[in-house]
Design a protein. Structure first.
Length: 386
């Protein structure tokens, strides 16, 4: 179902769609007021360093995923436990996006439809995607990218044409100094969305044969960082810090203000559909990564892991009683804890496995290659001469 034929371009496209995901639903860094775009810029710069850490770890063993890297760095027993733990953590992140999908649907398109119905639908779609494997999922991302890019560009043009963008809403710059900006950026913005690129440590191995994968990943990260900063700044220039801070869906509110030629309006449905695409990519990517980690850590077959994780994701999506609690748990409490597994643990791996992990991975690769050749029928021995 999956193979190692993923190209560097597909990795780049996936990274762009994954980082966009549900991010436009929120005005990130709003604690910094009109300087939120500066906070996002600072977090994006730090996130580039985090991506370098992840890529450095991957280069030590290009054909291993995150669970395999854990085993190389910490031994088989502890590495297996860490692989299972990360699979569950990534499944939790998928669950959060499933709940976001349900709440978005209830607030916009289908207010009378119960959450259990819409969330069951998206989990079912995610399950179908996971069972089709990595190659199919990455090809879906290729199809979705032009739709997303063209639609966001159209919305930007319409916002400019509507005259709703006012650069004065970004002033004064650094009104209260740099500290509010830094406090908004770290650790919250580095944890979401930029350090979520740790999921690449599951998928990079499928492009191990392509030497351009690293460069493509950095280029895609730079593009998506610029895009997210631009969206943040545009929303702030349309709504202003006061209104952006009290709106549940700032992007939706900004687009609803577009009125052109007395007939171009009510474009909120377009934004909703774009958010659905982003949420689908994020839910499916995290779901698939979780199932692949379980397979790598404890040899659980992908279909069995997908069934168990799907039930877990769907069931736990009901544990948060309200959307307010859901947002508080994810954007306040959760973002304070995620850097420990997104940053601290990879940092320990980076420092402790400088040389020997790469040599160990090479020995394992040669051993596997030898075992593969050992299965062939041996050549007949020459008979001794009389």
């Amino acid at each position: 179902m999956d193979n190692r034929g993923v190209s560097a371009g597909q990795i780049a496209i996936f990274l762009i769609l994954f980082c966009i995901g549900s991010t436009p639903m929120f005005e990130l860094g709003i604690e910094a007021g009109q300087d939120s775009w500066i906070a996002l810029s600072a977090a994006a710069a730090a996130g580039l360093g985090v991506l370098w850490v992840y890529r450095t770890l991957q280069n030590r063993a290009p054909e291993e995923d995150l669970a395999g890297l854990f085993k190389l760095h910490f031994g088989k027993a502890l590495g297996t436990l860490l692989g299972i733990a990360f699979a569950l953590l990534i499944a939790y992140e998928s669950m959060r996006n499933v709940r976001d999908f349900g709440e978005l649907t209830a607030m916009t398109l289908l207010p009378e439809t119960p959450l259990w119905c819409t969330m069951l639908l998206i989990v079912g779609i995610g399950f179908y995607t996971v069972t089709k494997g990595v190659d199919t999922f990455f090809r879906i991302a290729q199809v979705l990218l032009p739709v997303l890019a063209g639609s966001y560009m159209l919305l930007l043009v319409l916002l400019l044409a509507s005259g709703r963008i006012d650069p004065d809403r970004l002033r004064p710059v650094l009104e209260h100094g740099p500290m509010p900006v830094l406090q908004a950026a770290f650790p919250n913005l580095i944890a979401f969305p930029f350090s979520q690129t740790i999921v690449l440590l599951v998928f990079w191995k499928y492009a191990a044969a392509n030497k351009q994968t690293g460069a493509a990943s950095y280029a895609a990260y730079g593009l998506v960082a610029i895009f997210l900063i631009a969206v943040n700044a545009v929303i702030m220039m349309v709504l202003g810090p006061a209104m952006a801070s009290i709106k549940a869906l700032p992007t939706l509110e900004a687009v609803e203000l577009i009125r052109l030629a007395n007939f171009i309006e009510r474009l909120d449905i377009l934004v909703t559909l774009l958010l659905y695409i982003g949420l689908y990519v994020k839910i499916s990517a995290l779901y698939l990564a979780s199932a692949l980690l379980l397979r790598s850590a404890c040899r659980l077959p992908l279909p069995a892991g997908a069934i168990g994780l799907g039930a877990l994701i769907y069931g736990t999506s009901f544990l948060e009683p309200t959307n307010t609690f859901h947002l508080w748990l994810g954007l306040e409490l959760g973002l304070k804890l995620t850097p420990f597994y997104q940053l601290v643990l990879p940092g320990i791996m980076l420092l402790t496995g400088v040389g020997w992990v790469k040599r160990k991975a090479e020995r394992q690769r040669k051993k596997k290659a030898g075992e593969g050749q050992g299965g062939a029928e041996p050549a007949p021995r020459a008979q001794p001469s009389a």
